[in-house]
Design a protein around this ligand. Structure first.
Ligand code: GUN
Length: 300
């Protein structure tokens, strides 16, 4: 058996079309400001892509870029200015922040009605009460991907691997809200493989390349891979069974792999997301959706 591929790009395009329609109905362009501090290469790409997608869909996307030396007080002042700016509907401060800045303080300072990442404790609280407002983009996107398969979430055993504030915890809350039986695994979980094997739905979000192997997967399961791990030539041995990744690795000197051993898991799963092209495009699409939602609520 070979799993069906879940096409994140195609599902993201549907969401983006809905966002465009909603903006036309609103009659104005909601504003999204993405803040980046320092020059983390991955963050540079993410922030640029977010601002670009915003403009492409008819929002007003702005990047605010600061040197890594920006003080915590300086960043808090920037957040306060964005909170006060009526043209700004969504604020996103790209993580990670430089070590001298307390990310919690910064997240706490964002106006919860503009918190399009859904990271503010007020929005986290609403999510866990089953009263979601602005929901973290990646887990919200994963729910759309699971729904795109037609597999029923209610009553299913969903295994979430990873307990981060950005993905694992909100993911578990969203699945629970849809009446899945939810297990959260993490670095201390005993006998990880046998826990994963119970999953009708498996969401891997730990940032460990190829942690989830084929035999761990329950036959027919829905497998969603949130991992985005860039590996280099020293990893080639572990990709010996994946000619596509090996080719990219040979060409570019590095290659992006997920937390799931895609080639092996695909032989067992019912549905599976590729990396890249699975969860990634959904995160940005849901950010656009959150910005329109925030604008609608704030300005009505
Ligand atoms: N860093 C990694 N993922 C995210 C995200 O979803 N939002 C922000 N702001 N930073 C991130």
């Amino acid at each position: 058996m070979t799993a069906n591929l879940i096409d994140g790009k195609a599902v993201a395009r549907q969401i983006e079309a809905a966002v465009v329609a909603e903006i036309q109905r609103l009659g104005y362009a909601p504003g999204l400001t993405a803040v980046r501090v320092g020059n983390d290469p991955a963050s540079e790409v993410y922030v640029r892509n977010k601002a670009k997608k915003a403009d492409e869909l008819g929002l007003r996307g702005t990047q605010r870029i600061f040197p890594a030396e920006l003080s915590e007080a300086g960043l808090l002042a920037e957040v306060a200015a964005l909170n006060a700016d009526d043209e700004v509907d969504g604020i996103l401060v790209q993580l990670p922040l430089p070590k001298h800045i307390d990310a919690r303080k910064v997240i706490d300072a964002i106006d919860p009605t503009k918190d399009v990442d859904g990271f503010h404790p007020f929005n986290v609280g609403l999510l866990h009460l089953g009263r979601p407002s602005l929901v973290p983009c990646t887990p919200a996107g994963v729910m759309r991907l699971i729904d795109s398969t037609g597999v029923k979430i209610e009553g299913a055993h969903a295994v979430v691997i990873g307990r981060s504030d950005i993905v694992g915890k909100p993911m578990a809350a969203l699945l629970l809200q849809r009446s899945a039986t939810v297990t959260i695994c993490h670095s201390r979980t005993r006998d990880l493989g046998s826990v994963i094997h119970q999953g009708d739905i498996v969401v891997a979000a730990v940032g460990r390349p190829l942690l989830v192997t084929g035999p761990m997967i329950r036959p027919g399961a829905v497998v969603i891979d949130v991992g985005m791990n860039r590996v280099e030539v020293d990893f080639a041995d572990r990709l010996a069974h994946d000619p596509d990744k090996l080719r990219t690795l040979a060409k570019n000197g590095s290659v992006l792999v997920g937390d799931v051993d895609f080639v092996r898991a695909r032989e067992v799963a019912g549905w599976i997301t590729p990396v890249p092209g699975g969860v990634g495009p959904m995160t940005i699409a849901m950010l656009m959706q959150n910005t329109v939602t925030a604008a609608e609520r704030r300005r009505r």
